[in-house]
Design a protein around this ligand. Structure first.
Ligand SMILES: [Zn+2]
Length: 298
């Protein structure tokens, strides 16, 4: 039973929306790429968990005594299994607690990160008066990942041990109603936006327009004349209405201000008549005539 799904923060959603529409600065590009890579790894694990009869949370972020984040929390009676998923690619070397990527200056201290998240989780459980035992595990989910100089550890799993980990979770004592109740109580303390994530807005008028495919994320879904659908090269097809709704939200997120009809025509590439019809039907209008703007969906 899934209690909470991962939802990208406002900043990450902004990056996803402007990606391929404008050149990102170094910082944003790095954040975007790291996020996407991490997300793909977590998604792969999430899909395995969905197939099990377990009670879990995907992504818990909390500011109780300093920020910490848990990728996955699985509730099983008196135990919470906390799993941190790393989608690192390539060869790393282990040295004094750090993972150093071969041929680069990239190093990550994921063991102390894991310990910190473990301790912080214990703190909040204590604070909420819960007697769960926490077991933290690290999963390196990418099959290209190699770690040299590191002794095998019972709480560290690699891609080839994914089945082993999943079957361990499948064998856990079945969750009870109190687990569901507590998991729901815990997510009341979740904060989806990190205070250090500040959006530096790029100019909306400089963005490349086009309809983004919800399946492959590529920009450039097109509609045949008189068709009610738009389609992508990847084969995905959605209704024009759905495409419009998605693009309206994306444009609003990118501009961070109410939108004009003409801006949406440029942004979506849909005919003005179509955009105007959808706006009248589905969007919340402010102002009149030449000063007409839309600030959200109805
Ligand atoms: Zn596509």
């Amino acid at each position: 039973m899934l209690i909470k799904m991962h939802i990208p923060s406002q900043y990450k959603r902004y990056l996803q929306s402007i990606h391929d529409r404008i050149e990102l600065n170094k910082h944003d590009l790095y954040e975007f790429q790291q996020y996407q890579l991490g997300y793909e790894g977590e998604l792969q694990f999430y899909e395995r968990l969905l197939a099990l009869d377990i009670c879990f949370i995907w992504d818990f972020q909390c500011k109780q005594n300093g920020w910490f984040q848990n990728d996955f929390l699985i509730f099983s009676r008196d135990k919470i299994i906390h799993i941190d998923v790393k989608n690192f690619t390539g060869i790393y070397h282990y040295e004094k607690g750090n993972l150093i990527k071969k041929g680069t200056s990239v190093y990550v201290d994921c063991f102390s990160q894991l310990n910190r998240a473990h301790m912080k989780l214990e703190h909040i459980l204590n604070y909420l008066g819960k007697q769960y035992q926490v077991e933290s595990k690290l999963l390196f989910i990418n099959d290209t990942f190699r770690l040299n100089g590191f002794m095998q550890h019972e709480h560290v799993y690699y891609a080839h041990q994914l089945d082993e980990l999943v079957s361990y979770l499948a064998r856990l004592p079945k969750y009870q109603r109190t687990d569901i109740k507590f998991a729901k109580q815990l997510i009341q303390h979740h904060e989806n936006d990190h205070p250090k994530e500040i959006i530096q807005y790029y100019p909306f008028e400089k963005m490349n327009g086009g309809i983004r495919c919800p399946k492959c994320n590529k920009i450039g879904m097109t509609a045949a004349t008189n068709s009610r659908y738009v389609r992508c090269d990847c084969g995905a097809t959605i209704s024009k209405k759905e495409a419009f709704m998605n693009m309206f939200n994306e444009a609003l997120l990118i501009k961070n201000e109410p939108l004009k009809c003409s801006e949406l025509v440029d942004f979506t590439g849909l005919p003005e008549r179509t955009v105007q019809r959808y706006l009248t039907q589905y969007a919340n209008r402010i102002g009149n005539n030449r000063g007409t703007y839309y600030d959200g969906l109805k």
